[in-house]
Design a protein around this ligand. Sequence first.
Ligand SMILES: Cc1cc2nc3c(=O)[nH]c(=O)nc-3n(C[C@H](O)[C@H](O)[C@H](O)COP(=O)(O)O)c2cc1C
Length: 207
Amino acid sequence: MNRRQFLTASLAVVTVAGLDGAAKPVEAGKAMNILVLTGSPRKNGNSATLAAQFIKGAEEAGHTVARFDAAFKNVHPCTACNSCGMDGPCVFQDDFQFVREHIVTADLVAFATPMYYFGFSSQLKAVIDRFYAINGSIHVAKKAVLLMTYADNSARKEHPMQAHYEMLLDYLGWKDAGRVIAPGVWPAGSVNGTPYPQKAYELGRSL
Ligand SMILES: Cc1cc2nc3c(=O)[nH]c(=O)nc-3n(C[C@H](O)[C@H](O)[C@H](O)COP(=O)(O)O)c2cc1C
């Protein structure tokens, strides 16, 4: 079986699982397991503020939240050794283990990141690339959220990240549950005093 056939096969398994009830879509109003993946190296930075507010709202709404701050963890980039076979043990026994343990059972995954050169931060992208080792296990119905901050203020410059997020969800079969995009914030803390922390709180609270 080549790589393309593997991907198609893993998607087919998910479809069948959905039909027999093993992997049902998340029901509205149900308490969820949420995994928040943050990407900024600034502990009190703008996207960390959005993540904290989102978590506050989600926990108030009764959801269980696990948080993984990629910039403060040891996550080796994927080296494409393919030892995992796209659904197996990784050669790197590092902090990604936490993500592996929580993402499979998560009903919702939130991505909180600054824009770095029109993309996710490399710290968060390294985590996303390591999805490769669990690729066969995460094509199941989940929701997702994007919390993103950036200095500029232009829909055109947001487009690459919005498109990346949408394509990732499309590929994984996950459903967008909301986005908070905060433009015009550069120094850490500048998101305070904008409406975006409140929007992130409300998004978490509304789930
Ligand atoms: C390496 C680096 C790359 C950046 N690239 C962009 C960019 O392409 N566009 C932009 O508007 N802001 C860019 N910024 C600014 C950050 O996106 C902005 O300061 C953001 O609010 C930081 O979020 P944080 O406080 O959560 O780290 C960049 C900042 C850094 C350090």
